[in-house]
Design a protein around this ligand. Structure first.
Ligand SMILES: Nc1nc2c(ncn2[C@@H]2O[C@H](COP(=O)(O)OP(=O)(O)OP(=O)(O)O)[C@@H](O)[C@H]2O)c(=O)[nH]1
Ligand SMILES: [Mg+2]
Length: 375
């Protein structure tokens, strides 16, 4: 069999998370029309059954935050997530939004930029990368498109150019776009798709499998992500915030699950409907998950917006998030939301650390170990 990691790279809003969800067939990543929705790398696993000459394969897709020029510590952390996803991969997908105009210099101009800007770039022009060779040479930020391309040029693995949102453009617009991009880099394959309409995905998967190395599974076949449910729940709440609020609020909001009480394991067999006095049957009560979450924002004004008149906004966020969470967990959900102001958290490395679910898991394990030791 074949297996490997495929990282999805691109600018904000290219449709990376939509592509991940469409490929995996589950909602593993939240999607909104606002740029910079995704803040950390998200894994989605696809099992590909054997087909014609191809063996069975497991593709581990890694969705990443959109590549953007960092302004805050949070942005830097997001870019670090991108770099980490680029380090551990077998193939990279460069996802491009076909409906957006791109800004590239001519290749000759780019080379010149690389030469001249090495010593000129100020500290804010470069972004922190754990591996020096992935750091932009001189950090040319003439355009984010160029920057993404610069990242790709430093990779030594096959890079697929995947053109997304072809449902938004006319056929005759596609070829010039592909031509222009192919001048910039020698891509292993070029695949036009519509992630939203799931158009072209079969071809994409088939071609990816061709390039994957022979290897065993990284995840059990039935597992589709490594994210714990409580993190998925936090993300679903954040998705609702992104959709229900505007301007700075979505970017200044972070969600942390404080309580996640799952129902006790019930009997395997579904309960029988209970007969009602006046005839008919009452639906058996489904198990209940009890969740409490904190929404952090940076200022009192943002808190006021999040809560809304007489709590209307928070209620709307809670109601729509609860429905999504219920369908994810398959239980009824009691959801409690609190809003807390944490001034300037996007500049605080310590606070940003606490948002990382891998970190949260470690802390929870440490606390549990502490409790056991105390007993
Ligand atoms: N028409 C159309 N819209 C799409 C397609 N794929 C994604 N979108 C839309 O593009 C917007 C951004 O999609 P996301 O999947 O959140 O984009 P992303 O690249 O993950 O964005 P960030 O997480 O912000 O970097 C959403 O409104 C999607 O519905 C597509 O194939 N066609
Ligand atoms: Mg995304």
């Amino acid at each position: 069999m074949k297996s490997g990691f495929v990282s999805i790279l691109g600018r904000p809003n290219a449709g990376k998370s939509t592509l991940l969800n469409s490929l995996v067939g589950e909602k593993v990543a939240i999607v909104t029309s606002k740029p910079q929705t995704t803040r950390n790398r998200i894994t989605g696993v696809l099992e590909v059954p054997a087909k014609r000459k191809q063996p069975t394969a497991q593709i581990v897709f890694v969705d990443t935050p959109g590549v953007h020029k960092p302004g805050t510590q949070l942005d830097r952390r997001m870019m670090q997530e991108v770099y980490e996803a680029l380090e551990t991969r077998d193939i990279v997908i460069l996802l491009v939004d076909a409906s957006r105009e791109m800004q590239f210099a001519e290749p000759a101009e780019l080379a010149a930029l690389d030469e001249t800007q090495v010593s000129e770039a100020g500290p804010e022009a470069s972004i922190d990368s754990p591996t020096p060779d992935l750091r932009p040479k001189g950090g040319s930020w003439r355009s984010e498109d160029e920057f993404v391309l610069g990242l790709v040029q430093k990779l030594d693995c096959p890079v697929f150019l995947v053109i997304n949102k072809i449902d938004l453009i006319r056929r005759e617009q596609l070829l010039p776009l592909i031509d222009g991009l192919m001048k910039q880099y020698k891509f292993a394959e070029v695949v036009p798709i519509s992630a939203r309409k799931r158009d072209g995905l079969d071809v994409l998967v088939e071609k990816l499998v061709e390039y994957l190395p022979v290897g065993e599974r990284y995840f059990p076949p039935e597992q589709f992500t490594d994210q714990p449910e409580r993190f998925l729940v936090a993300e679903l709440i954040r998705e609702r915030i992104l959709m229900e609020t505007g301007e700075e609020v979505p970017y200044a909001a972070a969600v942390v699950i404080e309580k996640f009480e799952e129902p006790p394991p019930g009997p395997e067999k579904a309960k029988k409907p209970r007969p009602l006095k006046g005839g008919g049957f009452a639906e058996p009560k489904q198990p209940l998950t009890n969740i409490s979450a904190v929404i952090y924002c940076e200022r009192e004004g943002q808190k006021a917006i999040l809560i809304g008149k007489q709590g209307a906004k928070l209620k709307a966020i809670g109601t729509s998030a609860r429905k999504e969470i219920e369908s994810l967990l398959g239980t009824r959900v009691y959801l409690e939301l609190h809003v807390i102001v944490e001034p300037g958290w996007r500049e605080s490395r310590g606070f940003i650390d606490t948002l990382d679910w891998r970190r949260q898991l470690e802390d929870m394990a440490a606390r549990q170990a502490g409790e056991v030791a105390e007993e």
